[in-house]
Write a protein that binds this ligand. Structure first.
Ligand code: GLP
Length: 244
C-alpha cells in the first residue's frame, strides 16, 4: 500500500480522475467500480470534463456501483444510484447494459448479490476500484466486524453510518441496511484506491494506515492490497505520523 498526499481536494480529485482515464485508455473495456458520496463527486465531474476535453471515447467500460442503501429508490437524490447516474453515467453516455448497480428496492436482495458477483466474475474481475471511507472506518457498507472474505452482501448498518448517512438526504430517512460489494472484491481488484479529504477524515486515515490490520476497522484492509493506494489531501493526512 502506498500513500499519496495532495494539496487539496481539487488536486486529489484531478489525480484520481486522471488515473481512471489512464486505466480506460489502456483498457477501454475495463471494469471500474466507484463509491458515491461527497469525496468522489469532484472526481466524477473532472473525469467527465477530462474525457470531453481529451475527446476520448471512454464509453466502453463496465461500471460497477459499490453499494446502495436498502429501501431507498433510485429517484431519491440521496441514493447511490442517483449519484452514479447523474454525476457519471448520464454525462458519459454509458449504455445501461454496461452498468451494474445494486437495486436497494429489490425483494430478493440475496439475488442482487448473486447477480453482482456473477457479473464481476464473468468480466474477469475489477480493474480499478475507487472507494471512500466512512467515519467508522467502513468501505462501501463493510461495517466494523465484517469479514474480509465477503463478496457482495447485505448488512445491518452501524449507528455511525445511520447518523452520518442522513447528510445525503433532504428529509430524514430510515436507514437500516446496506447492500455492498465485499472486501474480497476490493482485495481481488487489480488496483484499489481509497480517497479521503479534509481534517474530519484525518483520524480515520490515521487508523487506516497505522492500526494493525483488523476487521473492526475495515479500511485497514487497504494495507493488504499489493496495488493499493491511499490518496488524500493535506487535511486528511494531518494526523499521520510522517506528516508531523
Ligand atoms: C458512505 C458510503 C461509502 C462512502 C462513505 C464516505 O456511507 N457507503 O461508500 O465512501 O460513506 O462518504 P463521503 O465521501 O460522503 O464522506
Amino acid at each position: 500500500m502506498e500513500i499519496k498526499t495532495f494539496k487539496d481536494h481539487e488536486s486529489l480529485s484531478a489525480a484520481v480522475a486522471a488515473e481512471i482515464l489512464a486505466t480506460l485508455k489502456n483498457k477501454p473495456g475495463a471494469v471500474i467500480c466507484l463509491a458515491s458520496g461527497e469525496t468522489p463527486r469532484r472526481t466524477c465531474q473532472l473525469l467527465v470534463e477530462l474525457a470531453r476535453r481529451d475527446k476520448t471515447d471512454i464509453s466502453q467500460f463496465t461500471f460497477i456501483g459499490l453499494d446502495e442503501w436498502v429501501g431507498i429508490p433510485p429517484e431519491n437524490a440521496g441514493s447511490c444510484h442517483y449519484f452514479f447516474q447523474h454525476e457519471l453515467l448520464d454525462p458519459l453516455k454509458i449504455p445501461n447494459q454496461q452498468v451494474h448497480l445494486f437495486d436497494g428496492m429489490s425483494e430478493d436482495l440475496r439475488e442482487e448479490c448473486t447477480k453482482m458477483d456473477a457479473v464481476i466474475g464473468e468480466k474477469g474481475g475489477i480493474d480499478l476500484i475507487v472507494v471512500g471511507i466512512g467515519m467508522n472506518g467502513h468501505i462501501g457498507f463493510n461495517e466494523p466486524g465484517v469479514s474480509f472474505d465477503n463478496y457482495s452482501h447485505v448488512i445491518d448498518l452501524d449507528e455511525t453510518t445511520i447518523t452520518v448517512g442522513q447528510k445525503y438526504f433532504t428529509t430524514p430517512v430510515s436507514l437500516q441496511k446496506g447492500i455492498t460489494l465485499g472486501l474480497k472484491h476490493l482485495l481481488n481488484a487489480k488496483k484499489a484506491i481509497l480517497i479521503a479529504n479534509g481534517t474530519k477524515k484525518a483520524g480515520v486515515i490515521r487508523d487506516t494506515v497505522e492500526q494493525k490490520v483488523n476487521n473492526n476497522f475495515p479500511a485497514t484492509v487497504m494495507q493488504q492490497h499489493a496495488s493499493g493506494f491511499v490518496m488524500i489531501d493535506e487535511g486528511a493526512a494531518s494526523l499521520l505520523n510522517q506528516s508531523k
